[in-house]
Structures are given as structure tokens and as C-alpha cells.
Design a protein. Sequence first.
Length: 154
Amino acid sequence: MSNLKRLTHQPDYRNRFNRKLWLNERQSDLRHYFDSRNILTGGIEAEPFWAKVPYVSIWKIRSVGTPGFDGWYGMAGDHPCDIVGMNNFSDRPRDILRYFAAKWAYAAQRLKRGEDYPEFRIERIEERHKIGLLIEDRSNRLQRWVDENDLWGE
């Protein structure tokens, strides 16, 4: 029984070490995202801009000096990584999360219909519907957090 308990035990993310480990892994996910798309960046900030560990994190990623473009907000967690230009938003994490929730809801509808959504790399076409359902689930989760006023202190 103790082996089964150990296998199903989830880390305590209130623990600073576990939290930092999870955040470091999300930073790595974003680096891979940019590298796999051959996008050159000026670096990912050391700490997330906003996070709800172990589900989602938003990071500021600097550009490499493109005039008029400050960089990206990158999102990583128990979902695909995604980015949006920083210049499109104020510094309000709630607005950034709202954007991704809406974008992913739209993407999920297309994928569930078997259509392509170019911003998501799906290797096997026959998995579009299944992936659409997963993206819809994550979109709904993001939207629930956007709607949770107590989370934002506004």
C-alpha cells in the first residue's frame, strides 16, 4: 500500500523547492517552444509574471531589439505553450489569460470539427478532435480563473 500511495502522491507546491522546480520546468518548456520555431528572443525573465502553480504560468520574454516590439507574454503549464505580443496588452495578467482562453476556445472548435489550426502543431491529423477536446478543457479552466474575482483582488 505504501508503494501505491507514493506513486499517486502529488508534490506540495506550497513548498518553495517544489514550486521553483515546477517553474523552472515551465521556463524550459518556453525555451523549447521558441527554439522549435526558430524564434530568437532576448531571454525569459527569472520569475513568472503571474502563476497558478501547478497549472499555468505567464512569463515575460524580451525581444532582441526589434524597434517598437517589446517581446512576448508566454504561457506554459499543464497545457501547450503559447505566446502573444506584449505590446497588445497592459500589464494585467487577467487580460492576458482572457485572451488565451478566447483564442483556445476558438482553436478547440476548429480542431473538434477536424479543421486545421496553424498555431497548434498537431502531427497526426486524425487526433485533431481529441486535441480539440483537451484544448477546450484548458480554455474553460483559464476562463474560470479569469471569472474568479477573488483571484485578482479587483
